[in-house]
Design a protein around this ligand. Structure first.
Ligand code: PLP
Length: 391
């Protein structure tokens, strides 16, 4: 492991792109219909079928952030209402709450599962609480039985952040179907990619219809229905909406990515098991075993590197892996570590100690289905050598 400069850099989260999506993008370009049109409609139908939903129960958008924002606007929560979420998430979960004119409140995670602790959520509920926004962190399902019970008792809307959770299930039921809304991401590193992209799902077709209108300026008809071969159709602006629609160019990628969702999941599951075995004897924290009767989406493989246990600090570990030409990620420094939230809400990381500790020690190792067996061996060898001090 001394001289690794000649090794290719292993990019963290690099997606597996195959010929089918390349050909579909080319076909889309040749059709010259790049914006929202027939390919988005097909992607919506196929995503709905994958989720066991009807096409009217999904709406494609251009990111999960947009999906979260539009869901909260569509839910008509009164301005200033509080929405409880986790500190161990991407800033988008919290920013979407703020942009919807609502107030984020954090509840700590269960340190074992790294998901929202329902007891902490219960303790964070106030008379102004109107919604819970659980994040299925790394693809592991949250305790939706406990969270939906709390929501029912207190009359709260539930918006599931399913950015990591396309394949996630509890008792055969898909993540995104427990709450009022489920919001998915097709960002470049996600389990199904469209470059940028997202999807809103929900049982209530009226709410999804509203979300769809809000995602395109509040217009009653999209371009495909205005300029299609049925003749020009007037539209009406019925709300002040946003510019959040997905393009056919993006859907062209997603259609074929979705067709391989199971195959890619199986490959990540295999890599996950290899990592679990290869690291069992190391003094690092490993992900908790998936709960019985659930399916983990295996989106992120996160280890915990703490100086007291490993003799090396997390950031030193990141640097050492980089020197070995292995890209890693950090998911996430807890939200209250960031200055904006400290200044605006007076938050301090110490207020949610489990998320703080997880965020300060966590490292995500590569888990893309694109990894070859040799790549996986490189990640394993590098991790072991850095932790065992032989790098
Ligand atoms: C937990 C979580 N929520 C929301 C998002 C936002 O997704 P997008 O990039 O599609 O807006 C991400 C993306 O990284 C995420 O990881």
């Amino acid at each position: 492991m001394s001289d690794s400069t000649e090794l290719p850099f292993l990019i963290f989260g690099s997606p597996l792109i195959e010929e089918a999506e390349i050909d579909e993008v080319v076909a889309c370009m040749r059709s010259a219909w790049l914006g929202t049109g027939p390919r988005v409609a097909r992607f919506e139908r196929e995503f709905a079928a994958y989720q066991g939903l009807r096409a009217e129960q999904v709406a494609a958008v251009n990111s999960c952030t947009a999906a979260l924002h539009v869901s909260m606007v569509a839910a008509k929560l009164e301005p200033g209402s509080e929405v409880i979420t986790t500190p161990l998430t991407f800033c988008a979960s919290v920013n979407a709450i703020i942009h919807a004119g609502l107030t984020p409140r954090l509840a700590d995670i269960d340190p074992r599962t790294q998901n929202l602790d329902p007891a902490a959520v219960a303790a964070a509920i106030t008379p102004r609480t109107r919604a819970i926004l659980p994040v299925h962190f790394a693809g592991r399902p949250c305790d939706m039985a406990a969270l939906t019970a709390l929501a029912q008792t207190h009359g709260l809307t539930v918006i599931e952040d399913c950015a990591h959770a396309i394949e996630t299930e509890i008792d055969g039921r898909k993540a995104g179907s427990f709450g009022d809304f489920g919001c998915f991401s097709f960002y470049a590193t996600k389990n199904v990619v469209t470059g940028e992209g997202g999807m809103i799902v929900g049982r209530d077709t009226a709410l999804i219809a509203r979300a769809r209108v809000l995602a395109l300026h509040g217009m009653s008809k999209d371009a495909w229905h205005r300029f299609g071969d049925k003749g020009y159709k007037h539209y009406q602006v019925v709300e002040a909406g946003f510019k959040y629609n997905m393009m056919d160019l993006q859907a062209a990628i997603g259609i074929h990515q979705l067709a391989r969702v199971k195959k890619n999941w199986q490959r990540r599951a295999q890599i996950w098991q290899q990592y679990m075995q290869a690291f069992a004897d190391l003094p690092i924290g490993l992900p908790a075993a998936p709960a019985p009767h659930t399916r983990h989406a295996y989106h992120l493989f996160t280890i915990q590197v703490e100086r007291e246990a490993c003799g090396i600090a997390r950031d030193e570990f990141l640097d050492a892996m980089n020197r070995l030409r292995i890209g890693t990620g950090v998911h996430y420094l807890s939200v209250p570590e960031h200055p904006y939230y400290q200044e605006r809400f007076g938050w301090r990381a110490e207020m949610w100690p489990h998320a703080m500790r997880a965020g300060r020690g966590t490292v995500s190792l590569p888990l893309s289905p694109k990894l070859s067996d040799g790549d996986v061996e490189r990640v394993i060898a590098a991790t072991r050598s850095v932790i065992l001090g032989r790098h």
